[in-house]
Design a binder for this molecule. Structure first.
Ligand SMILES: [Fe+2]
Length: 409
């Protein structure tokens, strides 16, 4: 789309971008604008600075890009810009003058798009599944040096405390998997530098896709604004098996498929899908479980505020004084045990009303038990995790200044 040289706009048609994200060696097929003060009607004047980056010599362009603090693109050219960022991702992530917040924002945007697309493909087609995994691999390969570095933890810290949302959750799990592996290479069967990189890429891909099975869970369960009741809890547990089966025809290595299948297993055997414990759980799955819960606790839900990283890790590392009661609740939830509701045998209005009320009471009761279970769980979760791995996770994220975990170690 061709743009005009000047616009008067309230600002909603333009998007601010960092001029440093423009690679002077790569053609940008979108126009750059500057924003001037508002006129009497409160509208800004947007003046075109460059129609595209081929219109001036490279050195002059470099000079200008450094001189501008912020430039704007027209909303209609957003797609061009997104495509440009995708193609120049390595340039942006390696740019020493672009701060980590902006790098993470660009990467988050691209990653969210790619994960959203993945959740919408036709899973019946093996080819589409393989293409989807290759797309994610392609993106992560270009970003792996950044994703697995301390710098990216700053980006993760920026995302902490937001609403829980499956796509961003998946991205954070993928990033943190790669960072954890980078900082704890001695735990994994990898030797050469290139093998480490490949391992981190696969781990991040698996992290991006670990919850993909949620596409098979009814929307009203996934998007329920309150806590899940026991039946819904059982339904949602099937997502680990769905994730594995949807990715079955892809080339994701077996160890990462296991990571996905077992990322809800608890150290004491109280998790799902198989109730595995200790050494039966693969290390990658244990790490993914820690990261998964850390992100869940530090995200905001409609029914509870986000915990700070410090609070979340304290809960995760803490011994639960009510463990026995909690385990009973967990067991009940897993088996979806509910008090039986007798069938209505007579077509009697009064009796029907009474039965309905009884059912409501039972459901209220069940809901109270779910809430009690969640409250009890927050008293301590150390039984869910491997202590050594949890400690290593805390040390990993503590290496970034963006997480204040003083007093936890
Ligand atoms: Fe999950």
């Amino acid at each position: 789309m061709d743009t005009a040289g000047e616009y008067f706009d309230d600002g909603s048609s333009f998007l601010p971008i960092d001029p440093l994200s423009i690679n002077p060696d790569s053609l940008a097929d979108f126009a750059l604008f500057e924003r001037n003060d508002t006129d009497t009607e409160g509208k800004y004047r947007f003046r075109c600075l460059l129609k595209d980056t081929t219109s001036i010599p490279r050195l002059r362009l470099l000079e200008l890009l450094r001189a501008w603090d912020v430039v704007y693109i027209h909303r209609t050219q957003r797609q061009n810009y997104n495509e440009y960022v995708k193609n120049n991702l390595e340039f942006i992530l390696k740019h020493e003058e672009i701060d980590d917040k902006k790098k993470s924002a660009a990467l988050t945007r691209l990653s969210t798009d790619v994960v959203k697309e993945s959740f919408q493909i036709n899973f019946a087609s093996g080819r589409e599944c393989r293409n989807m995994v290759e797309n994610i691999q392609h993106l992560i390969t270009r970003a792996i040096d950044y994703i697995s570095s301390i710098a990216s933890l700053g980006g993760i810290a920026e995302l902490v405390g937001h609403d829980y949302e499956t796509h961003t959750h998946s991205i954070k799990v993928g990033w943190l998997m790669a960072t954890f592996i980078n900082f704890n290479q001695d735990l994994f069967p990898i030797s050469s530098k290139s093998a480490v990189k490949e391992f981190m890429i696969q781990a991040a891909v698996a992290g991006f896709l670990h919850d993909i099975g949620k596409v098979k869970i009814p929307k009203n369960v996934i998007n329920k604004p309150g806590q899940l009741n026991n039946l819904e809890y059982v339904i949602i547990q099937s997502h680990t098996a769905y994730s594995t089966s949807l990715l079955f025809e892809t080339k994701l290595p077996r160890s990462f498929m296991q990571m996905i299948l077992y990322h809800h297993e608890n150290e004491d055997g109280s998790g799902y899908p198989k109730g595995l414990c200790r050494d039966q759980i693969p290390v990658l799955a244990k790490v993914c479980h820690i990261i998964d819960v850390f992100d869940a606790l530090t995200s905001r839900r409609p029914y509870k505020p986000a915990k700070s990283p410090f609070e979340a890790l304290k809960i995760m590392a803490g011994d639960n004084p009510y463990l026995e009661t909690l385990q009973k609740f967990e067991e009940e939830a897993r088996k979806n045990q509910r008090a039986p509701v007798t069938a209505i045998v007579r077509d009697d209005y009064e009796a029907k009303l009474r039965r309905l009320r009884e059912r409501e009471i039972l459901e209220e009761e069940a809901q109270k038990r779910v809430e009690a279970r969640m409250r009890l769980r927050d008293q301590g979760m150390s039984h869910c995790f491997n202590k050594e791995l949890l400690k290593r996770f805390i040390l990993t994220i503590n290496s970034s200044d963006n997480f204040d975990l003083t007093g936890l170690l």
